[in-house]
Design a protein around this ligand. Structure first.
Ligand SMILES: NC(=O)c1ccc[n+]([C@@H]2O[C@H](COP(=O)([O-])OP(=O)(O)OC[C@H]3O[C@@H](n4cnc5c(N)ncnc54)[C@H](OP(=O)(O)O)[C@@H]3O)[C@@H](O)[C@H]2O)c1
Length: 332
């Protein structure tokens, strides 16, 4: 391709160590090396993007940088036998948007082994409504349902109005689980019951501060996205043989806990990492999201914005106030 320019969000570090965001013009030849050049149709906003866009060096070491850990688009050029120009594809996680120029742009270039063919049954927009958050919800559900069946009892989902939480509540409800949601904001109660939660409890009620090593057993399973006191309380309140997945730290990276829930109640803690999920499992989860877990109400858990609207949404996300999934229309 001739040296074309394209539109992208660029985050810049100032001399005063502050970070500014602007939609500017970049050049294709400045993209990193990789076998597949993709014309981006949609991206999506994830918590990690909000961190990258505001200068979190744990996510992105060097600036200027274009965030966006998710991309769905059309192959523009390919040096790999696995992909042909014109094919619709998805890239989520790996290093995209972290230290590799990301999806908040009209083009990305990536290694071929990061690319997944768009599964039959999903449009590019639907794939980005799921995005990394939905994929992580899928991984969490996949891990949990091997251990916990609907007749074992209630499943708690924390951070339920966020991206991972909303998709987890919706899939578990579709699979016949009785879901209780932890929701931070009173107005979100109707949203959470609308997507399937049978009961909503507040963040305050979900975080026990008594210091007791175990609490009254209630949950057969838990999908946690927030960490901290809420995760510790959920583990202490999990029934004998129950399982808890842990994928995030929206509240805190700490886990103030003793070993007692594990050694007295046989509780299992299941770690979830989507970034380096092996390709075989990655493809299987995408096929489930497109097939047996496919959500009829994808539109109900998402809103669509453009690159220009991103700045405002990033602020809301960092304040814990962004509801559901935010899909970014780029070239569609
Ligand atoms: N391990 C992985 O591979 C992986 C992949 C994707 C995401 N993650 C992580 O998973 C977490 C959730 O991601 P997301 O995309 O769903 O983010 P999100 O859309 O911002 O949702 C996070 C939700 O957490 C709740 N929350 C926010 N601040 C809180 C606080 N101080 N205390 C308690 N709850 C709080 C809010 O829900 P309520 O208002 O309903 O309480 C919020 O909507 C993040 O930490 C993210 O980094 C990990």
């Amino acid at each position: 391709m001739e040296n074309k320019t394209f539109k992208a969000m660029v985050v810049t570090e100032t001399a005063e160590k502050t970070f500014t965001r602007a939609i500017t013009t970049r050049s294709i030849e400045d993209l990193p090396a990789g076998e597949v050049l993709i014309k981006v149709a949609y991206s999506s906003l994830n918590y990690k993007d909000a961190l990258s866009a505001t200068g979190n060096k744990g996510v992105t070491r060097n600036y200027p940088h274009t965030p966006g850990i998710d991309t769905a688009g059309v192959v523009a050029e390919s040096q790999s036998d696995m992909f042909k120009p014109g094919e619709e594809v998805i890239v989520t996680s790996y290093d995209l948007g972290m230290n590799t120029s990301g999806g908040f742009a009209e083009y990305v270039r990536v290694p071929a082994d990061w690319v997944v063919k768009l599964p039959a049954g999903l449009t590019m927009k639907e794939a980005m409504i799921y995005g990394t958050a939905g994929f992580t919800a899928g991984m969490s559900v996949n891990a949990l349902i091997h251990m916990v069946k609907p007749d074992h009892g209630e499943v708690l989902v924390t951070g339920a109005s966020g991206g991972v939480g909303s998709v987890a509540v919706s899939i578990l409800t579709k699979l016949g689980y009785s879901v209780v949601a932890v929701g931070g904001i009173v107005e979100e109660k109707a949203y959470l019951t609308g997507i399937g939660a049978r009961e909503v409890i507040s963040r305050e009620d979900a975080a026990d501060t008594s210091g007791k090593p175990v609490l009254k057993a209630r949950w057969a399973g838990v999908i946690d996205t927030v960490g901290g006191d809420i995760l510790a309380t959920a583990i202490k309140s999990t029934k004998y043989n129950g399982s808890v997945t842990c994928c995030g730290n929206a509240a805190s990276p700490d886990l103030p806990l003793s070993v007692f829930p594990f050694i007295l109640r046989n509780v299992r803690l299941l770690g979830i990492d989507s970034q380096n999920c092996p390709m075989a499992l990655r493809t299987r989860i995408w096929e489930k999201l497109a097939g047996e877990w496919r959500l009829d109400g994808l539109a109900d858990i998402s809103s669509e914005i453009t690159l220009e609207d991103l700045d405002n949404r990033i602020q809301l996300m960092l304040q814990g106030k962004n509801k559901g999934r935010t899909v970014v229309r780029v070239n569609a």
